[in-house]
Design a protein around this ligand. Sequence first.
Ligand SMILES: Cc1ncc(COP(=O)(O)O)c(C=O)c1O
Length: 413
Amino acid sequence: MTALSPLLKQATPVTIDHALGSEVFDVDGNRHLDFTAGIGVVSTGHCHPKVVAAAQEQVGKLIHGQYTTVMHQPLLRLVDKLQDVLPSHLDSLFFANSGSEALEASLRLSRQATGRPNVIVFHGGFHGRTVATATMTTSGTRFSAGFSPLMGGVHVAPFPTAYRYGWSEEEATAFALKELDYILATLTSPQETAAFIVEPVLGEGGYIPGNTAFFQGLRERADKHGILLVMDEVQTGFGRTGKMFGHEHFDVRPDIITLAKGIASGFPISGIAASQELMSKAWPGSQGGTYGGNAVACAAAVATLEVIEEEGLVANSAERGTQLLEGARAAAVDGIGDVRGLGLLVGNEFTAADGTPDTARAQAAQQAAAKKGLLLLTCGAHMNVVRMIPPLVVTAEQVDEALEIWGKVLAEV
Ligand SMILES: Cc1ncc(COP(=O)(O)O)c(C=O)c1O
């Protein structure tokens, strides 16, 4: 008898029958509040009618056009639509299927455009599961253990994770930038460094926002040395943080941003955006793929962007995000050391009395919440951060309901 591989780990015991908005209904008819959103993917909520209609219409016209063979309208429409939301200097787009592929594309372009071999990533970052992106991932050894040798040319610098260091944000930032300079002096010279690759908010690494001084410090060094600044917006893009893109919180200009997850409400499509000038430093055919820019995914992405705009979902993310963060802070009990986030990315870090990560309690809380109808995930190096990432359409009432369940969970575990 065939079965799903035990390689897959599932965070909840739920098998879904159908879903709508921020709610999913399991095969036994139970309703669950989905504060995982498919790991930050279903931005417009599950099965938004407009996204469903766009995808259904496209399925009847063209499913797969293969963009290195022919061009199709949904892809051109998506390029056009993205112009409305992307920073104006990022006016050239390449599409792939997954976040990992977008990161691979950004790495390939960075190396080809600069002719330099190395990149610097930031400790706690998550960039994917392919061998190259697993090498660039430092949010937990579970993502890279057991299949070495990994890719060469990756160096790791500190991220200003103030809570973990036990420092102020200023101290953590000063330390991170000082170490970056030391790395550029001792491990990879600027002339051999193609890019800094960084998330605006560490995602898998524990929902830790960066800060303006840190990102501007990266920008200054990038400008000084001709290094590219790649911001990985796979999780933080498309309104998730309360702005269209996470980096907009920090007044910093990226050279490349990576796009995936929230772009198409659940259809697999990803991409990178850079300037025409930068893209033209590589060559036609240097990137591609069989399924990139799938027509149905593109149609769903266009509809997603329209819904985000028409329903004011970026503003809703900011407002509901504040409600969720404040509510989670108010609900925090002894043993939750830090509650932090940006928009609808909220992390609750469980810390034992001796200051060590309390993985067992975080896991128990996540499981207890699932039993009470609230789907959550964990993250962080020690899986001791319970993260809350509802769809951007979540309502004030649903946030209140989730917080009420969360309060009961915390009283129990
Ligand atoms: C910031 C970031 N980059 C890259 C990825 C990899 O995306 P995918 O799982 O689609 O390959 C993820 C996935 O969680 C992510 O959060």
